[in-house]
Design a protein around this ligand. Structure first.
Ligand SMILES: *Cc1c(COP(=O)(O)O)cnc(C)c1O
Length: 409
């Protein structure tokens, strides 16, 4: 792990400009009032990543608290059963709190601490991001306010309970549809009234600059580890032929991809939620499906599922983490450049893949991650046995008990 110690922050040919534009995507489309806070953050982040003691602290917490490196595991039985390319699983589900989210939460909490902030603010829909934020707030001795729509509070009682046990205040939002987008509005208002004392902790590689870059950088450890672990299996200098990851906002996927972006022989595949029907409005979350629509929503420019008036369309996925109408700006750019390819997997295929992985390898993936597994299951038999696929298991499936219990009889 010596070489990766130095490399957490590095540049690829896909870096954004200084205002966070990946081509036409990204940027900072926020109320005037928030610009100073974002500028403070951008500067602090630039300084932090150039400071060896900050980088060393991130690595120390990754190792001793998160439990990194997470294993890269050769899925031998699944590979045999499919009879094609070798499948490897990067198992982020073994991280503390059970998913990749802890990586960017640790990084951002350390940054908040460095900035002298005393409180973390987050919004959450399904509650996974809220729990990860509450976790790092407890670890670093910071106050934590998690904004959550009243409808989501009802639906996600276990996560509300865990956030509270971790010492966070869950602020219930009764405005609008009482779901995620109202929680975002409420959280931003909270930040605007307390920009000095609080840190807004974002949950994916999206939002205004510098969040997409910051979140990506903290998640890049995934691909950095894979690059090294893969060579231990396949020999010095070897790289995987395919990387496959699910894409909600895009943090686990860009975390896997980043270290390989400049290596064009590595094919990158993001898997979106095809839901009940990827061709019907409201039944899926494939932002890059048939005719991607550019928009500016929630502080950044990207592709969004929206109607002709620019209003966000409803979405659906069996997995809460993929059920989002926008996608991080770097993915929009990689799509436009043709560097990464984006495909869709339905709810039914994801649940089948969940069962296949549980039965062949004894690994229970999160329903989000099961989307990536489902695509790998389609892809592997079409490839010769000397080809290799690395699938990111972004999280473990324990959290999906309540959904799966309803779906599987
Ligand atoms: C939140 C979540 C996702 C989706 O978020 P990304 O930012 O796209 O990675 C995927 N998998 C799991 C397990 C999650 O908790």
């Amino acid at each position: 792990m010596k070489s990766s110690m130095k490399k957490l922050f590095f540049k690829t040919q896909y870096e954004p400009d200084e205002h966070g534009h990946f081509g036409e995507f990204g940027g900072q489309y926020v109320p005037e009032l928030l610009i100073p806070a974002l500028e403070e953050l951008t500067q602090a982040y630039e300084q932090a990543k150039a400071d060896p003691s900050f980088v060393a602290t991130v690595h120390e917490v990754f190792k001793n608290y998160v439990g990194r490196p997470s294993p890269l595991y050769f899925a031998e039985r699944l590979t045999k059963q499919l009879g094609g390319a070798k499948i490897f699983l990067k198992n982020e589900g073994l991280n503390h709190t059970g998913a990749h989210k802890i990586n960017h939460c640790v990084g951002q909490a350390l940054l908040a601490q460095r900035l002298g902030k005393t409180r973390l603010i987050a919004e959450t829909g399904a509650g996974q991001h809220g729990v990860a934020t509450a976790t790092v707030a407890a670890k670093f001795g910071l106050h934590c306010t998690v904004h959550m729509g009243a409808v989501d509070v009802q639906r996600q009682a276990p996560n509300v309970f865990w956030m509270q046990q971790l010492g966070a205040e869950v602020r219930v939002v009764h405005d609008g549809s009482q779901t995620l987008k109202d929680a975002v509005t409420s959280a931003l208002q909270d930040w605007m009234t307390d920009p000095i004392g609080s840190y807004y902790l974002l949950g994916s590689a999206l939002g205004p600059h510098p969040y997409p870059v910051m979140v990506r950088d903290f998640q890049s450890i995934i691909g950095i580890e894979v690059a090294e672990q893969f060579q231990a299996y396949e020999g010095q200098g070897s790289v995987p032929d395919y990387l496959v990851a699910c894409v909600g906002g895009g943090s686990n996927a860009i975390g896997l991809f980043n270290a390989f972006l400049d290596d064009k022989q590595v094919k990158l595949i993001g898997v979106e939620a095809g839901g009940r029907n990827p061709n019907q409005v409201g039944e899926h979350a494939t932002r890059l499906g048939r005719q991607p629509q550019v928009g500016v929503i929630e502080g950044y420019k990207s592709f969004f599922l929206q109607d002709d008036d620019g209003n966000l369309q409803p979405t659906h996925s069996v997995s809460a983490g993929l059920d989002y109408p926008g996608i991080g700006p770097e993915h929009a750019y990689l799509y436009q450049q043709g560097r990464a390819q984006y495909v869709a997997v339905t709810d039914v295929q994801a649940v089948q893949a969940f069962r296949a992985l549980a039965n062949t390898e004894g690994i229970v993936p999160a329903l989000e991650s099961a989307h990536a597994v489902a695509y790998a299951i389609q892809l592997a038999p079409t490839l010769p046995p000397k080809k290799t696929i690395v699938v990111n298991i972004s999280g473990r499936g324990d959290k999906d008990y309540f959904i799966l219990r309803e779906l599987i009889h």
